[in-house]
Design a protein around this ligand. Sequence first.
Ligand SMILES: Nc1ncnc2c1ncn2[C@@H]1O[C@H](COP(=O)(O)OP(=O)(O)OP(=O)(O)O)[C@@H](O)[C@H]1O
Length: 249
Amino acid sequence: MSLLELNRIGHSFFGRTVLEGITLSVARQEIVALVGPSGSGKSTLAHIAAGLVEPREGRILRRYHRHAMIFQDPRLMPWATAAGNIGFPLRLSRAPRRMRGQMITDAALRAGLLPEDMEKYPSELSGGMRQRAAIARALVTNPDFIYFDEPFTALDVALKRRMQDLVIEAAATASFAALFITHDLLEAIRISHRILVLDPNGRGVAGEQIPPGSPGSRDENAIFALRQHYLTADPLFAHIHDIDERLRP
Ligand SMILES: Nc1ncnc2c1ncn2[C@@H]1O[C@H](COP(=O)(O)OP(=O)(O)OP(=O)(O)O)[C@@H](O)[C@H]1O
């Protein structure tokens, strides 16, 4: 049974249609990557799916218990330490106070933060550590669904790889499902069970591909070869590096 179902979702901003007829689903423990060119409506769709934006049309079924979101910008509170930021959702969910410390430590460990980082403020953390804190903040409530909105776009290649491995490992151990928005095809192949390609104009899901193997088990050379194959021989991916289709004459 799917944890998330979007049925014929449509949306417009100030009378301009940005999404139309989007139908997709994400199964339990499945990581679905959603790719599409810049401006095709990926973020808007993630916001609608997560309930941050009310769609103009369509139906959404959320069967998960608890979701979290991870954005490109870690969005940490500058006045709170890493531990304070990671523990913030626990305060909102009124988790018992005596359990919070352990839950924060566990989530931080899973995100690869060291105990000495926990009392640092965001301005004292590197970009990668800030994103680790954002991941720990998402993991701390044990969500069964996570929305990732281009979380690693701003990171350098090596750090991006480490973060992707972290997500693959966390998804396997914590058993969450995810909708992972990205325009990086290598990332989509590395991290997901299934890749959905959004139409360049947001008019439906153009199609899907299921990379062989499972996240974490795929060989790097095979990932690169598959990306090359998708880009050169699969019409589904013909537009994914376009800038913004709707701005073109
Ligand atoms: N709050 C808003 N008000 C008006 N227009 C918006 C708003 N948010 C997004 N848009 C427009 O909707 C379209 C889809 O934007 P969206 O950010 O969802 O695309 P995207 O595929 O995530 O792009 P990118 O990969 O560049 O982040 C764009 O043309 C954008 O300008």
